[in-house]
Design a protein around this ligand. Structure first.
Ligand code: P6P
Length: 336
């Protein structure tokens, strides 16, 4: 449906469905339901300052992190919006230890699995910094009547779709089904996501590097040399780069996706395996980055989308963004 405001997400999803001749609409229906959940979360996030929904829920998640009330709300909203649709055989959340089964009272036999980080960057909630929701969708691969762990532990190269919502100065929904990256901005008056950034392509070379330099003392020499490269002066290669780091992955990633640059969460002595989660953060954002012409690797220079996951909550170092900066980071990571 095109409104006076432009192309709605409903229309875009239908357009993309028509490019899959065998599609029966289940996948589109699942995306519709997920978008509704994101609208509900956006509504609560945007009024959090006015309600007693800020602050901590007093519980901790599987990561041992204190859960913010909005964290819990976002997690519950997605689960309750998606569990009765019949599209999913199961879900996995960054906030929950194991697989979230579809209760027997709900339609069974869903063909897809949904993984999500319900509210990433939630420690920033109380200080009004942009936060986000990240999701991935795979096709079920096991023959189990219910879901099995193998349905979730799939490499990003198997992804059917991934994306995120960023709750900032406006609410945006950015996703890809493998046919490019499309950005939608929520019109709060209409309550619809309107196509505002069709076919997003990251600049092949950026001017921004994003890393928590407070961890410098814990980096190895490769990282110190890499960040030194980005901060050295060299007019011919457009250096020094600008340092931009919000501490909210979705916000940092989205800025670099649009403007170009690189986001890095390296391994360090505090987090030898990195801090970010492979399934809930690195893989979905790597899918978006590559669809937009960029790239994403781990500290061995390996493509994130080719990593075979071993556990739901495993962490990974992450170097993600414009093609040229990812290649530069690979060179330093290889000891160059
Ligand atoms: P640090 C937020 O807690 C988060 O998971 C990401 O959103 C963000 O990129 C990262 O951690 C920030 O971590 O160690 O720099 O505060």
């Amino acid at each position: 449906m095109s409104t006076r405001l432009g192309t709605t997400i409903t229309k875009k999803i239908m357009e993309e469905q028509r490019q899959f001749p065998g599609a029966k609409g289940d996948f589109s229906g699942m995306l519709y339901e997920l978008v509704v959940a994101l609208k509900v979360i956006a509504y609560e996030v945007n009024k959090a300052g006015l309600m007693n929904i800020l602050g901590q829920a007093g519980t901790t998640n599987v990561q041992g992190e204190i859960q913010q009330k909005l964290d819990v709300f976002a997690n519950t909203t997605i689960i309750h919006k998606m569990d009765h649709t019949g599209y999913l055989c199961g879900m996995a959340s960054e906030e929950v230890e194991g697989i979230i089964e579809i209760a027997d009272k709900h339609p069974q036999g869903g063909k897809y699995v949904l993984l999500f980080d319900p509210l990433d960057g939630s420690t920033n909630i109380d200080v009004n910094v942009s936060i986000g929701t990240i999701f991935s969708i795979y096709k079920k691969k096991s023959n189990n009547p219910k879901c099995a762990m193998e349905d979730f532990l799939q490499p990003g190269s198997n992804l059917l779709a991934a994306g995120y919502a960023v709750y900032g100065s406006s609410t945006m929904f950015v996703y890809s089904t493998g046919l490019g990256v499309h950005g939608f901005t929520l019109d709060p008056g209409v309550g619809e996501f309107i196509l505002s950034h069709p076919n997003i392509k990251s600049p092949p070379k950026g001017r921004i590097y994003s890393v928590n330099e407070g961890n410098r003392a814990y980096w190895d020499d490769r990282m110190k040399k890499m960040v030194g490269y980005f901060t050295d002066e060299d007019e011919a290669t457009g250096r020094p780069y600008s340092s931009r780091y919000i501490g909210s992955l979705v916000a940092d990633f989205h800025r670099n996706l649009m403007l170009g640059g690189i986001f890095m969460y390296p391994p360090d002595r505090k987090s030898p395996g990195g801090k970010l989660r492979l399934m809930y953060e690195a893989i979905p954002l790597a899918f978006i980055a590559e669809q937009a012409g960029g790239g994403a690797v781990n500290a061995n220079g390996e493509r994130i989308l080719e990593i075979q996951p071993e556990s739901l909550h495993q962490r990974t170092p992450l170097f993600i963004g414009s093609k040229e900066e990812v290649e530069i980071s690979k060179r330093f990571l290889a000891g160059g």
